[in-house]
Write a protein that binds this ligand. Structure first.
Ligand code: GFB
Length: 418
């Protein structure tokens, strides 16, 4: 009898293992009303690659929230940025235009803004616009935030019933509460505020660049960064160019990656790179903003030639925002070496815009045997990170062109950690 009871008990235990869904299954298949959404935005004046850095900060906040409850990060569409002169006002690129959404979701659950609108409609319960303290940092560093009068203009207006309305990424939205928040702290400093009311399911943080990284250069920083893989259509267009003009492919360059970034942890020195030098030469506003640190075209060409000679290479790929006439001048100065740049077809440009071209430039620079960038450019920093992720020797990555200043400090080596 005892044996019989034991067998019945055992049968029910095994059955329950099959019938009770796992936590991840309940999250994925759960009613969307049980989801909570974190939206964020960045100061309109910030460029593409600082925005990518802010994503890492907020992805790590979202990850912490998703460990506590069913939070999903909503990806802010890419509109016309200051440098994106070919992108029309009112035109928005969803994240899958540039990045691999599945890959991002392996770090923290994400959805596009258009899918948020489908799930929730054009409304958000709480909007916080972040700002610094008007009095600046006083005394020693303490982590804090306070609701304060707004220091800057914003596009949210209060209605007679105490609710608000405004626009987000070209969509009119209704807002429950809007407030300005002076903050001194990291992204996770916002957790108590975001989670303070159980009934709050949708929160938008604007000016998200105001908060710092929780651990810049740490494991979580790199995990979020590694999840930021480029969209496959951009990777294959860059691969086509590399094969056609630079004798470069992932097998011979030793830059093959696994499908899932979580399994990919190469050692420094694994990647070799294609037989070309790559250069990110930032021009335009940098000539005024970082004058002494940005070389003249002549000085840039001299440094590139020295590198080509030292590395015994014949080809240089130049990623630059320089106007065409400057690039033509550079080609002349670089003779007899072969100079390459990515010149998008009108179809490519129509479909993926300035952002698509910037990413193709970054992918090609990231796969070179040796890379050198521009002083304090976030465009160059993201290329350096890409090379760290692929396992290039450190000395082939953290380099920059020198300007007219005699002292030319090379970039800090932010090495990958797993
Ligand atoms: O990416 P980003 O923030 O880097 O801004 P910085 C530079 C923008 O210029 C990119 C274009 O998004 C591109 O649209 N750009 C720059 C390039 N270099 C290249 C290139 O090699 N190829 C292509 N295709 N496009 C910050 C600005 O720039 O510099 C700030 O974001 C401010 O607004 C600051 O101006 C001084 O960090 O280089």
């Amino acid at each position: 009898m005892r044996i019989y009871l034991f067998l019945v008990y055992f049968f029910f235990i095994v059955l329950s293992l099959f019938l009770i869904p796992s936590r991840s299954e309940t999250c994925e298949k759960g009613d969307s009303r049980s989801h909570r959404y974190l939206l964020y935005d960045v100061n309109p004046g910030e460029g593409f690659n600082l925005r990518r850095d802010v994503f890492v900060r907020i992805a790590n906040l979202a990850r912490r929230l998703s460990e506590m409850d069913n939070w999903i990060l909503v990806l802010p569409p890419w509109g016309r940025l200051y440098h994106w002169k070919h992108t029309h006002r009112g035109e928005y690129f969803p994240w899958h235009s540039f990045f691999d959404i599945k890959s991002l979701s392996k770090w923290t659950p994400v959805i596009e803004f258009e899918d948020y609108l489908k799930a929730e409609g054009p409304k958000i319960q709480e909007v916080y616009m972040l700002q610094h303290y008007v009095e600046g940092w006083t005394g020693e560093w303490v982590v804090k935030y306070d609701r304060r009068p707004c220091l800057e203009e914003h596009n949210f207006r209060e209605d007679s019933d105490g609710s608000w309305h405004g626009t987000a990424w070209g969509t009119n939205i209704r807002v429950g509460n809007f407030s300005c928040l002076s903050i001194q702290g990291e992204a996770s400093t916002l957790i108590p505020l975001i989670t303070q009311k159980d009934e709050t399911r949708t929160v938008l943080i604007t000016r998200a660049e105001t908060v710092l990284h929780d651990e810049y250069g740490g494991r979580r920083y790199w995990a979020a960064r590694r999840s930021m893989r480029f969209a496959k259509h951009l990777l294959s267009e860059a691969a086509r160019f590399r094969a056609e003009y630079l004798h470069s492919d992932d097998v011979s360059d030793k830059t093959e990656v696994t499908d899932d970034w979580r399994d990919f942890k190469p050692k420094h020195g694994t990647a070799v790179g294609g037989p070309y030098l790559s250069v990110h030469l930032r021009r335009r506003d940098f000539i005024y903003a970082r004058g002494d640190e940005i070389p003249s075209l002549k000085k840039a060409a001299k440094q590139m030639k020295e590198l080509l000679q030292a590395k015994e290479l014949q080809d240089v790929y130049i990623a630059t925002d320089a106007p065409l006439e400057e690039y033509v001048e550079l080609e002349e100065l670089m003779k007899p070496y072969n100079v390459h740049r990515y010149d998008p077809s009108p179809e490519f440009f129509d479909q993926w815009g300035d952002g698509g071209v910037a990413i193709i430039d970054q992918i090609i620079c990231a796969h070179a045997r040796y890379f050198t960038g521009s002083y304090e450019s976030t465009f160059s920093f993201r290329i350096q990170e890409e090379r760290e992720i692929m396992g290039f020797p450190v000395e082939t990555t953290f380099n920059r062109l020198c300007g007219k200043k005699a002292k030319c400090e090379q970039p800090a080596k932010w090495k990958i950690v797993y």
